[in-house]
Design a protein around this ligand. Structure first.
Ligand SMILES: [Zn+2]
Ligand SMILES: [Zn+2]
Length: 323
């Protein structure tokens, strides 16, 4: 069975009431923030557009193995296959934490879509880990038109997690702690070398399966992006403690108060000012993050990847191999 997650945008609460009335026929809406509905996406979209032509739908985290449009386990191979005649009613796709725009640019079939990046936040401090940056404040219709027209004068860039940090970037088998690059997975015929069961095919592998362009290709009308590491993670690593500790929370709040926001600290505050206001190592961490000097252990099979800024004892090269 195919299962995919979608985001539904509506112009006002009156419309939302109507949407809820319709969707509640297919599942219990109040059970979960993401209700499960026994309803095909094309059929749902058709009904939504009957409720109001102003509604629009964006498939979410389109590459994750489960619950996504192109997912290796329960997705489709093309947008047409999922939406049929209604494919032209969808004009934006959400790239999810495990893929960044550059990976999506490898599919020419996605050139006409506007790629957005949302946080998929399940708790408040994860809000804004990915974001869409616009030139000016937009109302519902303004936002819709920017996305519909892929208006590069107003949609400036997206903020991205390092895709390797997402839970399904690489291939592998979490129970056996086996992490494989797509190439390593192919050598193993997509079978776990520990338990001989099929591995979970991650986002990078799935993109490579459907891509018709080489790595590094940049389409002409693409919206640029920036990779960020959440400030709490930088502080935690610099201090050598866990992200959820009081010291990290306090320093995070303090820096956001001084400089205005987390994005300000990560993107714009001059390094000199950071050095004058926080520990040397935290300022250095932010500097390294800005330069993209990161050490990466990609996520796989539901296990988050790890992005490090400071060397550990083992050489970095070994960290990409088998675990
Ligand atoms: Zn989801
Ligand atoms: Zn296994």
């Amino acid at each position: 069975m195919r299962r995919i997650h979608n985001i539904i945008f509506a112009p006002d609460f009156q419309t939302v009431e109507k949407i809820n009335g319709y969707l509640s026929r297919y599942g219990k809406l109040e059970v979960d923030g993401r209700p499960t509905l026994s309803l095909a996406t094309d059929e749902m979209l058709k009904a939504l557009l009957d409720i109001s032509e102003e509604i629009f739908l964006v498939p979410s985290h389109i590459w994750t193995p489960w619950f996504s449009l192109f997912g290796s386990n329960s997705g489709f191979d093309s947008i047409e296959e999922c939406l049929g005649d209604l494919k032209d009613k969808v004009f934006a796709l959400e790239t999810g934490l495990s893929s960044d725009p550059a990976m999506n640019w490898r599919l020419s079939s996605l050139d006409n879509y506007t790629l957005i990046s949302n946080s998929d936040a399940h708790s408040p401090n994860r809000l804004g880990r990915e974001a869409n940056v616009f030139k000016e404040e937009l109302d519902y219709f303004g936002l819709r038109d920017v996305l519909k027209n892929k208006d590069r004068s107003k949609f400036l860039y997206t903020i991205e997690f390092y895709p390797e940090e997402g839970k399904y970037h690489y291939d592998g088998h979490r129970r056996c702690q086996v992490r494989l690059s797509p190439k390593e997975a192919r050598v193993n015929n997509n079978i776990c070398p520990v338990c001989s069961r099929p591995i979970t095919i991650g986002v990078l592998h799935r993109v490579e399966m459907l891509a018709d362009r080489p790595e590094g290709y940049v389409p002409e009308n693409s919206i640029p992006y920036k990779n960020l590491i959440p400030l709490e993670e930088i502080i935690a690593e610099a201090m050598g403690v866990g992200r959820e500790t009081v010291g990290v929370k306090n320093e995070y709040q303090r820096l956001c108060r001084i400089f205005g926001s987390e994005f300000e600290v990560l993107l714009n505050t001059p390094l000199e000012e950071l050095r004058n206001n926080t520990q040397e190592r935290i300022a250095l961490g932010i500097e390294k993050a800005r330069r993209g000097e990161v050490i990466i252990k990609p996520g796989y099979d539901g296990e988050f990847g790890v992005i490090k800024l400071f060397e550990e004892k083992s050489p970095t090269g070994a960290q990409l191999g088998l675990f």
